[in-house]
Design a protein around this ligand. Structure first.
Ligand SMILES: *[C@@H]1O[C@H](CO)[C@@H](O)[C@H](O)[C@H]1NC(C)=O
Ligand SMILES: *[C@@H]1O[C@H](CO)[C@@H](O)[C@H](O)[C@H]1NC(C)=O
Ligand SMILES: *[C@@H]1O[C@H](CO)[C@@H](O)[C@H](O)[C@H]1NC(C)=O
Ligand SMILES: *[C@@H]1O[C@H](CO)[C@@H](O)[C@H](O)[C@H]1NC(C)=O
Ligand SMILES: *[C@@H]1O[C@H](CO)[C@@H](O)[C@H](O)[C@H]1NC(C)=O
Length: 179
């Protein structure tokens, strides 16, 4: 008898938890933006601050993707792929060439600092691996500030376009707020 009650109690708790997580999923916030990363050129938004000595006769890309290189970035985040569209925020932080294999994998540690709209003044923190040659990369959202305090989520990144100087990366970020 007591056993049955305990079992029923477990079932009830499990159903309650399942419905809670569904409700939280429905409440998830989706944010889309485009990041403009220019690690070279006359006005770079990301600068190399550490790493192996570069081979100046090699290509810019070769030096850029050398294992061990660390970059500091301050990249703009805009509403559309057009660099002159509404500024949503800035991606500020570090990325490191963290793979010895020839796969161009970055460790990203950065914040998205929002500067307009309803998230103005709030930020999200990202830590994760970014194998840039994969079509879609996923990075965990590990927290945030202001409206995103104690938030959890994930960011999906896809390269939208790339030229000699700038890569435009599309981001879809899903955040579940803490209540
Ligand atoms: C969904 O969001 C609203 C308003 O932001 C909040 O009041 C409500 O508690 C949230 N629901 C869940 C299940 O988290
Ligand atoms: C530097 O790069 C050039 C061109 O890619 C290559 O021929 C040369 O061997 C490299 N030198 C060193 C020391 O890696
Ligand atoms: C953005 O605006 C600047 C200044 O008005 C202009 O020089 C630049 O070409 C524009 N860039 C794009 C991608 O439209
Ligand atoms: C964002 O917030 C700052 C500080 O509160 C304010 O100065 C600025 O005008 C806001 N920007 C927008 C676009 O709302
Ligand atoms: C973001 O979402 C849009 C619309 O759902 C989709 O077309 C696009 O492929 C997604 N991009 C990424 C990087 O997940």
């Amino acid at each position: 008898m007591a056993y049955t009650k305990t079992l029923l109690c477990f079932v009830f708790v499990a159903v309650f938890m399942a419905s809670l997580s569904d409700a939280r999923k429905r409440n998830a916030t989706h944010i889309q933006f485009y990041m403009h990363d220019a690690p070279s050129g006359s006005n770079p938004s990301a600068v190399r601050v550490a790493g192996q000595p570069t081979n100046s006769t090699g290509s810019e890309m070769g030096a850029m993707f050398g294992f061990g290189s660390i970059y500091v970035m301050d990249n703009s985040l805009t509403a559309t792929p057009d660099a002159n569209s509404t500024l949503i925020g800035r991606a500020q932080g570090l990325y490191a060439m963290s793979s010895q294999e020839n796969e161009l994998s970055l460790l990203m540690t950065l914040t998205y600092n929002f500067v307009s709209g309803i998230y103005n003044g709030s930020s999200l923190s990202i830590v994760g691996q970014n194998p840039v040659m994969n079509e879609v990369r996923e990075m965990p959202v590990v927290g945030g500030t202001r409206v995103f305090r104690l938030a959890r989520g994930f960011a999906l990144a896809k390269t939208h376009s790339m030229d000699q100087v700038t890569a435009v990366i599309e981001y879809n970020v899903t955040v579940i707020p803490y209540y």
